[in-house]
Design a protein around this ligand. Structure first.
Ligand SMILES: Nc1nc2c(ncn2[C@@H]2O[C@H](COP(=O)(O)OP(=O)(O)OP(=O)(O)O)[C@@H](O)[C@H]2O)c(=O)[nH]1
Ligand SMILES: [Mg+2]
Length: 875
């Protein structure tokens, strides 16, 4: 952003505007009227072109702006006829698209404001003093377009005539009207009387769905940041301009000073990836802290009514900082039984049991829960469902008793001294309550005594919140094993990993894979046969023509020859594969040919070819696993086992994207103290992206900006494998994997996201490294393992195998590469083979990394709170 000083005013030239041409439909100018609201202005050197430069004045306060006005500008119609370089500006709150008036430099302040539309001379002159006398709530106001009704209605002017706009006061009376709760329900509370309506403020402009509210570009896939007041959404290019320095968190500049939209309360302090990318850690922390704890964003106490009375600030503090506060407190009317701690919405059965004896709200009323049972608990007539519960719990309810119930569930009849029993003590009662959706006393969520002092310091954001789904992005170079990991996760964490239908589908895929492996071998057989014949011919030409008569008889003379029947099958299969229709004619054709497979498998020529399978680049190493059982697999009644499914290629969606949602199951030794139990509530989504089709700067990766971690998969087995690259050159697959890794870790989408490297296929690697040196891959040419002389001394627990040494070496290579490219730390894990347990530990490691990340985040926040609460250092 460049800054230029013109006529003593600083303009930040922010962006080139190439949205739709600016027309008279644009929001009109908004005057300065609230002292706290920053002022933005736009200036256009090219007013009549559709491409406008829209520089933005750094937000300044109204008072400052007033001073600038008096010094530098006069509002008035422009006399500049050549349209060359005039100032186009909007003063006011939005700072967003709003170029609508123009003003010119003058040495004296004029008391009028001239609103001149760009193209068609739409003139209005408004006296500045007049602005302060305007009825702000009126729809007729010239300002109403850009000045939101909610803000208007939530504020009152002090003395409209004194020209000062800073003496606004929030009206005290409230209505609980149409505030949508997180679950999408509308709160059912409503009061009468003079009211301040807390509806969501509508954004200043309407845009097409999914577009950015400032540049009007983008679609629903474009990542956006959302204003917590008006819900306007801004793309990464516009968010900082639209929201300025965010002194109250993520609010459009025009929404600063306004209370948040209540449905957004759950999001307060939860930073988006987008902001993390745009700002440094400290800035992000400060903004999130301001958003979460800033006064204006707090739930106003008067929005909570308890036992018929709105709360005072201290009461709300007491309520929120007790050991067992109401969960997810939203604006509304509640009843509270101070003796037992029972808590519910007005007119409803109890919803939870909170800390008792809190001094909040008025005395409980008999009709608080709208009961009609003539049975009373602590003065409240209970509801039918509570009565049912009491009866089933064995409490005698005959004769319309009035009970006195304590926090521990002990109960007496009013006027009697003896405790008659304990309501919740029987195990069955708790179960019953669960069935009837009634609350039972819970352990304090915060140890009592650990009272927090203010509402502001109430909670730190639960970044690894239990409601959120934590996205783990799984990527890797072709064949690195990503789809296997996805399948492993399914088998590990899903009760029904694959439905019947999926299994049938998988079976067909496996069978068609086997056909294509056979086809690859048959193709090789032909080649080997040709080579043999060629050799024979050469020999023949050396020896003379004595055996010429036999050379044509391939079937008899080469070890690779097959009988005509098998040859016909071979021809059919190769032709079908070449035409790419194997899938289409499968499985009908397979039934026809299945018996031939057995014959083929037992055929000497085929077995000879199979022995030379390592020479066949296109035959994956896993093919043997299936080919050895080809006859069984190609039978119609074949049912794939989990191992078959794990090893099978092409089972996961081939469109590049597939995912599995999971939670880590609660293990038997879970312990509430270790937090394992709550970890089982965390929800994860493992998203696998196929490497094929990833171009340079793959733009749609931006869609994955909200992933918490990228799991990058590398097949260790690739170090000695080669493939043809795009230019027809032979390329080492490990080096290709490294290049892909480089392009991903440096991709802007992931620049704040942790990477976990999974070094995969360790089983194959460990076995291969004993035969093939690691230096087959040029990147690993300096691998010089120091092996103990007696390599068989495996009794020594510290003894590392060559495979383990090589693994560590490769891990360090990637770590160094990562830190040289990003300056950050790479996490590494190993996957030993296809058995799912190996992936379980890798994914648990990913979860740990997220936990650390959150701990760091919370620590940073608490550090931030220490700094900000410190008094200024004495020097
Ligand atoms: N031995 C062994 N084989 C594995 C392991 N992980 C994957 N494989 C096999 O490696 C092959 C390729 O794995 P995939 O999971 O399909 O690889 P991918 O990353 O999905 O690659 P594309 O499908 O090419 O995008 C499959 O045949 C797997 O069975 C492992 O840990 N050990
Ligand atoms: Mg795959």
């Amino acid at each position: 952003m460049s800054v230029e000083v013109r006529d003593g005013v600083e303009y930040s030239f922010a962006m080139e505007y190439d949205g739709p041409p600016i027309t008279r439909e644009l929001p009109r100018a908004v005057p300065i009227n609230v002292d706290r609201i920053p002022v933005a202005a736009v200036v256009s050197p090219l007013p009549f072109s559709d491409k406008l430069l829209l520089p933005i004045i750094q937000p300044i306060s109204a008072a400052e702006f007033g001073k600038k006005l008096s010094k530098d500008f006069k509002f008035g119609s422009s006399t500049d006829q050549d349209n060359s370089s005039e100032l186009m500006g909007v003063v006011g709150s939005s700072g967003a698209l709003g170029a609508s008036c123009r003003f010119e430099k003058s040495t004296e302040l004029s008391g009028s404001f001239h609103n001149d539309w760009m193209r068609n001379g739409f003139n209005e002159s408004i006296d500045l003093n007049e602005y302060n006398r305007l009825d702000w709530a009126s729809n007729d106001s010239v300002l109403s377009v850009d000045y939101p009704s909610s803000r208007v209605s939530s504020r009152k002017f002090g003395d409209a005539n004194n020209g000062s706009c800073s003496d606004l006061k929030r009206a005290q009376l409230v209505t609980f009207c149409d505030i949508k709760s997180d679950d999408g329900n509308v709160n059912e509370f409503s009061n009468s009387g003079p009211e301040v309506v807390r509806e969501k403020k509508e954004p200043a402009i309407k845009v097409k769905k999914g577009a950015c509210y400032r540049c009007l570009k983008g679609n629903r896939f474009t990542e956006k940041e959302i204003c917590i007041v008006c819900d306007a959404k801004y793309c990464i290019n516009c968010v900082l301009r639209a929201m300025g320095s965010m002194p109250e968190g993520r609010k459009c500049v025009g929404c600063i000073g306004l209370p948040i939209y209540e449905a957004k309360r759950g999001n307060l302090g939860k930073c988006s990836r987008m902001l993390k990318r745009l700002l440094n850690d400290l800035e992000v922390r400060q903004i999130m802290r301001a958003e979460k704890f800033g006064d204006v964003n707090q739930l106003p106490p008067e929005y909570i009514s308890v036992n018929g009375r709105p709360l005072y600030h201290e009461e709300l503090v007491a309520l929120q900082s007790c050991s067992n506060p109401p969960k997810k407190l939203k604006p509304g009317k509640y009843w509270y039984d101070k003796e037992s701690g029972l808590w519910g919405k007005e007119g409803k059965k109890p919803s939870e049991i909170i800390s008792p004896h809190l001094n909040v709200g008025g005395p409980i009323k008999a009709d608080a829960s709208n009961g009609n049972t003539q049975v009373y608990i602590n003065g409240r007539e209970i509801t039918n469902v509570e009565l049912r519960m009491l009866k089933l719990a064995g409490v005698q309810c005959a004769g319309n008793p009035h009970f006195w119930v304590n926090e521990d569930g002990s109960y007496q009849e009013e006027g009697q001294k003896n405790t008659k029993g304990y309501i919740w003590r029987k195990a069955g009662t708790k179960l019953l309550c669960a069935v009837l959706s009634l609350p039972v006393p819970s352990k304090p969520s915060r140890p009592s005594g650990e009272q927090l002092t203010t509402v502001s310091s109430r909670t730190f954001p639960d970044h690894l919140g239990h409601e959120a789904v934590h996205k783990l992005l799984l990527i890797g170079y072709i064949g690195s094993g990503t789809s296997t990991i996805l399948k492993q996760a399914k088998i590990l964490y899903k009760d029904v990993p694959f439905s019947e239908e999926e299994q049938d589908q998988i079976k067909l895929v496996i069978q068609s894979n086997v056909y294509s492996y056979i086809g690859t071998l048959l193709d090789a057989r032909e080649r080997f046969e040709e080579e043999c014949l060629h050799e024979l011919r050469e020999n023949q030409s050396c020896v003379g023509s004595t055996i010429s008569g036999h050379v044509d008889d391939k079937y008899e003379n080469t070890p690779y020859a097959i009988c005509p029947r098998l040859k016909a099958f071979s021809d059919w299969l190769l032709k079908t594969m070449a035409s790419g229709t194997l899938e289409a004619i499968f499985p009908a054709a397979s039934r026809e040919y299945a018996p031939l497979v057995e014959e083929l498998w037992n055929n000497a020529a085929f077995q000879l070819t199979y022995k030379r399978r390592s020479e066949l680049e296109t035959l994956p190493s896993i093919a043997s696993y299936f080919l050895e059982r080809a006859v069984e697999i190609l039978k119609p009644d074949y049912k794939p086992s989990y191992v078959d499914i794990l090893y099978a290629e092409r089972v996961t969606s081939s469109n590049g994207l597939s995912c599995v949602d999971f939670s880590f199951p609660e293990s038997s030794n879970d312990d509430a103290e270790t937090g394992d139990q709550s970890d089982s509530l965390l929800r994860f989504q493992l998203i696998r992206l196929q490497a094929k089709g990833f171009g340079e700067n793959c733009k749609w990766l931006q869609m994955f900006e909200d992933v918490r971690i990228v799991i990058f998969c590398v097949s260790l087995n690739d170090y000695d494998l080669f493939e043809m690259d795009g230019d027809g050159n032979s390329a080492n697959k490990m080096v290709s994997s490294k290049k892909f890794f480089e392009s991903m870790v440096t991709h802007p989408t992931f620049d704040q996201i942790d990477f976990l490297l999974l070094l995969n296929k360790f089983d194959l690697f460990e076995e291969k490294i004993e035969r093939v040196p690691l230096s087959k891959c040029a990147w690993f040419d300096d691998f010089q393992p120091v092996m103990s002389r007696n390599r068989s001394s495996s009794n020594n627990p510290n003894h590392l195998t060559l495979g383990q040494l090589a693994f560590h070496y490769v891990a360090v290579k990637f770590k160094r590469l990562f830190s040289s490219l990003t300056g950050r730390k790479l996490y590494v894990s190993q996957v030993k083979g296809v058995e799912p347990t190996s992936v379980d530990s890798a994914l648990k490691y990913a979860k740990e990394i997220l936990n650390w990340d959150d701990e760091r985040y919370n620590l940073a926040l608490s550090e931030c709170s220490i700094y900000s609460s410190e008094t200024s250092p004495s020097r």
